[in-house]
Every structure is written in structure tokens, then in C-alpha cells.
Design a protein around this ligand. Structure first.
Ligand SMILES: CC/C=C\C/C=C\C[C@@H](O)/C=C/C=C/C=C\[C@@H](O)CCCC(=O)O
Ligand SMILES: [Zn+2]
Length: 594
């Protein structure tokens, strides 16, 4: 296999590997008339590599007016603009080469351009109220650099605070916690100032802003639904299950025994609040997982809550994506594949219907097929790899259902190998291990391989290179036959008690492969009551694949060795890794190879 996951972020020109902005203070003012945001971005900068002399950020269509380092004017240079990746902004750190661990405060004074790719400025006609303008941002994947100078790579997480001056009639929201009521004191005439802080380190693509004529409805102690006033009741109705989704997500992600709300929680929700802003119809995505404030499209408003699963998806990103973040866009599948998995688990719980997971996975599989065919027809098959070659590529051009559904398919494949219950526990260890950080596919692979949940032969035959780097459809369709479905089929059709040997054989093999342990006693009964190799050998081999059932297979075989025809006995002994001593037939005469 040719490809390799790069440690470099091809989509950023910043030098976050040697100098890292760890905290950002934004002071912004919104000018609807000029369609610009003006202000300053002040970074607390930490040198991580000895000898650094520059702090390099990404910008796109920004006008930089002044830079200060530790309060003193500093030299800066904006490179020629690259069509996709923008202009690198090089700021000279004055004095001698900086030692690792040293810090500085860097303030950049700037304004955005009316053609910023991060901001949509809506005239009143494009709003529901038709009376006031509106603006919202969308920074994923690499548009944050068109909103503020930043190290626009998910590898560089930072905390932030912000003040934003907006017209007095407007409400300003950000992907952060509010610091309190807006202030008019200290603001320009006719303006008021909103304050925010985000104490959890986030990547730049999660910095978000919306300003408009907004109203809200509180739907739980930590969830509020926002939109334009004329839509807010409809939005609050369609997203009324938000708290229920959030609770289900907490149960699925908390590595400790989950306690009820009345008791002390062992896993407090890291982000503090989960609010939802329902945007005007030009919002380009179904939802965007901006922390503390998910953005959603109004196309979800049906009146019957049938599209609220998008909120379950965005809630899931609170852990997979926002808490554990893809280190570069090559590992975007870890954000989205895990989020699809969690979304489907949440929806199965909330609907109390285990079939939800399988049916939705089936729909996702078909979506994946369509997207892969589309990319192949465009001559872009390489972008259908889970870890795509992104050098020189605009991430927006690479976007498809591949990271979502192929990513999910890989996780589902892992789940199938150890069973849903064990995989759910494994995911909790994954979250606990990588929370607050970033991850690559290579790290994930190593984590799985080292995990005690995947001991023994659980990963046998899994071709990681093919999964991560080969374009096209994965080989194995996610199996829709969850344990619960097998139990329901058994209850409906009595398959475990089937007397038809062909039927019993197929059913038993299927159940063993799905690790449905209720079948084991039936299998042992079947393989010790007849000796037809067509049935007996595959079932013994299947039992022998897992430590939990292998010893039962050996015991059953040894106890019944005399029953089998010598050919069958010899074949099964080989299948089980046992050596039959010549002319001996009793169980004690078998010994394990090696
Ligand atoms: C392998 C692809 C590499 C990088 C792509 C990363 C980001 C792509 C960029 O286009 C931004 C995507 C933003 C997505 C936001 C929300 C999605 O969950 C929405 C999914 C589609 C929808 O429901 O409308
Ligand atoms: Zn998502």
C-alpha cells in the first residue's frame, strides 16, 4: 500500500509545531454596513522548539494593520495569497532566539474583508424577520483564517475569551460561555458589548460567531434553543429532545458508573452548556458542532422531530471531535466516524429500538456507495480513502460521506469482533485516554492494538492499511444483525431449536460469528451429536477462535473423540491445534501442539 499518514498538516502554513498560541483574547466590533469585523487578536504564545524567531499564523483575506509583541510594535510580513490556503503571516519575535518554554504576548490588529469565506452577511431580506441584517460564521475546515489570524490547524488547540461590540438591537452568540449580560457602558454609541469565555482548549475551526435579532427558549437547565423570534417556538418544539440526547450521550461516554441527576455525577459535561442556534436557510450544513452552541439548519424543522437526529450527531461531537480532535484533516474520519457511531447509539437508546443503529448504518452504507461512485467518476478516487492524500487539496473539495460512513464501517467492524457491549466499554477508554488532545489514525490503530479489549485473535485478518489507505468501498458491509436482532429472530422463528441440520448449521455459525453466546450450548449439542464434517469442522473452528469458547470446544472434542469417525477426529484435532496420537482414541491421548 503506497500511502502514509503525514504528521504535517498540509492545510496550514502556521508554525504551531515550534511556537504555539495557547490562549486567545479577541476584541471585535461588527459593522453590518461595511460588512467587516474589526478588532484585535491577542495571543499568549509559548515557544515549544528551541531557537524560534517567528510566530507564523494563517490568514485569508484579512487586512493586518499593526502587530505588537509584549506591548511593543513588532515587524510582520504577509506572504502572497495562496488561492486555497491564504497568506502566511510571519511575526518576528524580537530579541535573541527563543528558548523552549518561554512565552510572549502577541497582539494583531486587523479587519476582515466583506469577501471573507468564513462569514456570511445576510441582508434583512434573507432573514425570517425581514427587518434586520444577520451574520454567521462557518470555520470548518480551514476558514477560521478568514475570520481572525490564527494557527488554523486542529493540532493547535487553545482557550479563548472574546468581547464583541454589536448594534444595540442585536444579540451576539459565540461557541463559548457567556460572561453575563451585554454592556452598553464602554461601548460605542448605539452599540452594546457581549462577553464570552471558552475555558476548554479548542481548535480554530470551532471558533464561531452569530449576530442577529435573536430570541431563545430554555428547554433544560443547560440547554437553550436560539433562533430568530418568529421561528423560536418551532425550533424549541423540534429540538425538545436535546436534553434526553445529551443524557444518553453522557451515559455512553462516561467511563465510570453513571449516576442519576440526583446523585453526584462522575462525568460532568465538560462544555457546561449545550445550546442550539437554528440559523437562516442559507446555513450550508445540516449542523455544525460549535462548542456550547451547535449551529443547525432550519431545514430540520419538520414539526414532528423526525430530523432531530442531527442534534444527536452534533451532541456526540462534544466528545468525538471537540474533546478528541483530528490532528489534521487526514484524520477527519476519527471525528466523524466515531460521531456517527455515537449518534446511532444515542438514537437506538432514545427510540428504545436497537434496529435504529442497523437501519441507519444500512442507509449510510448506500450513501457511501453513491459518494464513492461520484468521486470515481470525477477522477478523484484517491479522496475516497479514509486517510486521503490532502497535499495541495482544499478540504472542502475532499468532503464527502467517506469519513462519516467508511469511518463508521471500520468502527463497526471492530465492534463486531468483540461484541457491542465490550466495544462500548472500549470507546469509553478511548475517550478517557485522548480527551482534550488530538489524534491521528496511526495513534488510533496503535491504541486498538494495545487495548485489552482486542486481545487474542480479535484483530486477526483486519487489514489496517487497506482500511486506512485504500480508496473505494470497504470489503465488509456492516453486519446488520446485532445481538438483539438475533435474539428477536430466535424468539420469532425458534432457530436455535431447529431440527433441520442445514438450517441449524447456518444459524449457529452466524450466531457464533456475532458472538451471541446464547448459541454456544446449542452448538456443543449439535457437534457432539453428529459427525458430518461439513457441519462439525466449521463450528469447531469458529468456537476455537475465541478464548472464551475455545476451551469448551477442546473439552467437548476430547470427551467425544471416540464418537467421531477417525477422519473427522483427525481433521477436527488439527482444526483445534491438537495432535492425535496414532491408534489412540481417548481424550487423554490428545495434546496441544507447541
Ligand atoms: C477527508 C476530508 C477532509 C477534510 C474535510 C473536512 C472538512 C470539510 C469541510 O468541507 C467542512 C465540513 C463541515 C461540516 C459540518 C457539518 C457536517 O456534519 C454536515 C454534514 C452534511 C449535512 O448534514 O449537511
Ligand atoms: Zn459531524
Amino acid at each position: 500500500m503506497a500511502a502514509e499518514e503525514s504528521q504535517r498538516d498540509f492545510s496550514s502554513q502556521s508554525n504551531s509545531g515550534s511556537v504555539h498560541g495557547t490562549h486567545l483574547s479577541l476584541k471585535l466590533a461588527v459593522d453590518f454596513e461595511a460588512k467587516v469585523i474589526t478588532g484585535s487578536a491577542t495571543y499568549t504564545v509559548k515557544v515549544v522548539e528551541n531557537g524560534a524567531t517567528q510566530f507564523v499564523l494563517d490568514t485569508s483575506t484579512l487586512v493586518i494593520t499593526k502587530v505588537e509583541v509584549d506591548g511593543v510594535r513588532a515587524k510582520f510580513r504577509q506572504h502572497v495569497e495562496h488561492q486555497t490556503f491564504g497568506s502566511a503571516l510571519e511575526i518576528t519575535l524580537p530579541g535573541a532566539e527563543r528558548a523552549a518554554g518561554s512565552t510572549a504576548t502577541v497582539s494583531i490588529f486587523y479587519n476582515t474583508s466583506p469577501r471573507s469565506s468564513a462569514v456570511q452577511w445576510l441582508p434583512p431580506a434573507q432573514t425570517a424577520g425581514k427587518a434586520r441584517p444577520y451574520l454567521f460564521t462557518q470555520c470548518q475546515a480551514i476558514h477560521a483564517r478568514a475570520l481572525l489570524p490564527c494557527q488554523d490547524t486542529p493540532a493547535a488547540k487553545l482557550t479563548y475569551d472574546a468581547t464583541v461590540e454589536v448594534p444595540e438591537w442585536a444579540t451576539c452568540l459565540m461557541s463559548a460561555l457567556s460572561t453575563g449580560a451585554p454592556a452598553t457602558a464602554g461601548s460605542s454609541e448605539g452599540m452594546r458589548t457581549f462577553g464570552f469565555h471558552q475555558p476548554v482548549p479548542v481548535p480554530s475551526y470551532l471558533i464561531a460567531l452569530a449576530v442577529g435579532d435573536l430570541a431563545s427558549r430554555e428547554i433544560s437547565h443547560r440547554c437553550r434553543i436560539w433562533s430568530e423570534p418568529s421561528m423560536v417556538d418551532a425550533a424549541a418544539h423540534d429540538f425538545a429532545q436535546t436534553e434526553e440526547f445529551l443524557t444518553a450521550a453522557e451515559e455512553l461516554t462516561c467511563p465510570y458508573e453513571f449516576l442519576t441527576a440526583a446523585e453526584e455525577l462522575t462525568c460532568p459535561y465538560v462544555w457546561g452548556r449545550y445550546d442550539v442556534l437554528c440559523l437562516p436557510p442559507s446555513f450550508p450544513y445540516g449542523g455544525m458542532e460549535n462548542p456550547c452552541l451547535t449551529f443547525v439548519t432550519p431545514t430540520l424543522l419538520t414539526g414532528d422531530r423526525s430530523l432531530a437526529f442531527v442534534v444527536a450527531h452534533e451532541i456526540s461531537h462534544s466528545w468525538t471531535g471537540n474533546l478528541i480532535t483530528n490532528r489534521t484533516w487526514q484524520s477527519f474520519w476519527l471525528n466523524e466516524g466515531f460521531t456517527m457511531w455515537l449518534e446511532r447509539k444515542i438514537m437506538s437508546r432514545v427510540t428504545r429500538d436497537a434496529r435504529y443503529y442497523d437501519f441507519d448504518a444500512h442507509i449510510g452504507w448506500n450513501h457511501l456507495k453513491e459518494d464513492i461512485a461520484l468521486f470515481e467518476s470525477k477522477g478523484s478516487a484517491a479522496l475516497t480513502a479514509l486517510c486521503p492524500p490532502l497535499e495541495g487539496i482544499d478540504p472542502d473539495d475532499a468532503f464527502s460521506s467517506v469519513p462519516y460512513e467508511k469511518g463508521f464501517a471500520l468502527l463497526n467492524e471492530l465492534q463486531t469482533r468483540i461484541g457491542a457491549e465490550a466495544f462500548e466499554e472500549f470507546v469509553k477508554t478511548y475517550i478517557d485516554n485522548f480527551k482534550f488532545g488530538t489524534i491521528t489514525g496511526t495513534q488510533f490503530r496503535a491504541f486498538v492494538q494495545a487495548s485489552s479489549y482486542f486481545k487474542g485473535d480479535a484483530l486477526d485478518g483486519l487489514d489496517w492499511d487497506e482500511w486506512l489507505f485504500a480508496p473505494g468501498m470497504p470489503r465488509n458491509k456492516p453486519n446488520a444483525l446485532a445481538l438483539e436482532v438475533l435474539r428477536a429472530m430466535d424468539a420469532a422463528y425458534g432457530l436455535s431449536a431447529a431440527r433441520n441440520s442445514e438450517l441449524a448449521f447456518r444459524w449457529q455459525l452466524l450466531c457464533l460469528r456475532r458472538r451471541a453466546d446464547f448459541i454456544v450450548s446449542h452448538v456443543l449439542e449439535f457437534i457432539t451429536s453428529q459427525g458430518r464434517m461439513k457441519f462439525t469442522r466449521p463450528l469447531y473452528r469458529e468456537l476455537n477462535k475465541r478464548p472464551e469458547t475455545a476451551s469448551q470446544a477442546v473439552d467437548a472434542f476430547m470427551a467425544n473423540a471416540d464418537f467421531y469417525h477417525p477422519i473427522c477426529r483427525a481433521m477436527v484435532a488439527k482444526d483445534l491445534g491438537l495432535q492425535m496420537k496414532k491408534n489412540m482414541s481417548r481424550s487423554l491421548r490428545c495434546a496441544r501442539y507447541a
